[in-house]
Write a protein that binds this ligand. Structure first.
Ligand SMILES: NC(=O)c1ccc[n+]([C@@H]2O[C@H](COP(=O)([O-])OP(=O)(O)OC[C@H]3O[C@@H](n4cnc5c(N)ncnc54)[C@H](OP(=O)(O)O)[C@@H]3O)[C@@H](O)[C@H]2O)c1
Length: 246
């Protein structure tokens, strides 16, 4: 599916970081790209940077709201005819000591990281089941596979671990419909999520001694959406951070 010129990918959180790089990578491979983010302004800036208006559609809205997810799929179908791939990428990662998380932060993380995943996957799966072929890829986090004492982050770990588990459960449930469900679990990635002055500390969180380039994450996602007999996999892309203690 990776090189199809008529396939359509929906990417949540595609105005910056990994999502924006994914939009670029799929456009380069001939896909139509439907990008989600909160505002039209940020999506317009992404569209300008990507420079392929014929095959790019931005759909603004909060992914924690069910109607946003439905709009992403509906607008994709209206414009390009169908959806073949959903990438659940939108997510925040708020690392802090567990007892300091506020109710507001919990609500925000549940809305964006968890409800966003559920709503977008439901809307896409309903559509893709009817087509009997497609992929869902969830962007989770390597720290959910192996927590790190230097980075207290129990709430995002709770949610990302749940999505890793749901990836396997959904892979089983949707296999009879020929829908592959996989996850990529990045370590620390060079995106706007991390201020440059933190990169030195963050590099020490992987045995490889550096943080990931976005390209290394997009390569893994591209592989999974081209692999038609691979499903239920949580693929770490973390320079070895989740393989054990070092
Ligand atoms: N960077 C890392 O080190 C790292 C490590 C492990 C996992 N991850 C995961 O990778 C994914 C992407 O991270 P990133 O570093 O690329 O993040 P990023 O650069 O901060 O981008 C986040 C994207 O999500 C969008 N977004 C934020 N709130 C939203 C909402 N409520 N509704 C819809 N869209 C929303 C943002 O767009 P607007 O602001 O324009 O709305 C932006 O496009 C996340 O799931 C993250 O947990 C990242």
């Amino acid at each position: 599916m990776q090189d199809s010129t008529s396939s359509t990918v929906v990417i949540t959180g595609a105005s910056s970081g990994i999502g924006l790089a994914l939009a670029q990578a799929y456009l380069e491979r001939g896909f139509n790209v439907v990008a989600g983010a909160r505002t039209d302004e940020r999506l317009a800036a992404a569209a300008k940077q990507l420079g392929n208006p014929a095959r790019f559609l931005g759909v603004a809205g909060d992914i924690g709201q069910r109607e946003t997810a439905q709009q992403l799929i509906d607008r994709a179908v209206q414009r390009f005819g169908h959806v073949d791939v959903l990438i659940n990428n939108a997510g925040i990662f708020n690392a802090k000591p567990f007892i300091e998380y506020t109710e507001e932060e919990l609500d925000q993380m549940v809305a964006m990281n968890l409800k966003g995943f559920v709503y977008a996957s439901q809307a896409a799966a309903k559509h893709i089941v009817a087509r009997r072929q497609g992929h869902i890829v969830n962007i989770t986090a390597s720290i959910a596979l192996q927590p790190n004492q230097q980075v207290p982050a129990a709430l995002p770990v709770l949610i990302k671990s749940g999505i890793n588990a749901a990836t396997r459960a959904l892979a089983l449930e949707l296999a009879p419909h020929n829908i592959k469900v996989n996850a990529v679990a990045p370590g620390i990635v060079d995106t706007p999520m991390h201020a440059p002055e933190t990169h030195g500390f963050l590099a020490g969180l992987a045995p490889a001694g550096r943080i990931a380039k976005v390209r290394e994450i997009t390569d893994a996602v591209l592989y999974l959406t081209s692999a038609d007999f691979t499903t239920g996999v949580v693929l770490p892309v973390d320079g070895g951070a989740s393989t054990g203690k070092w």
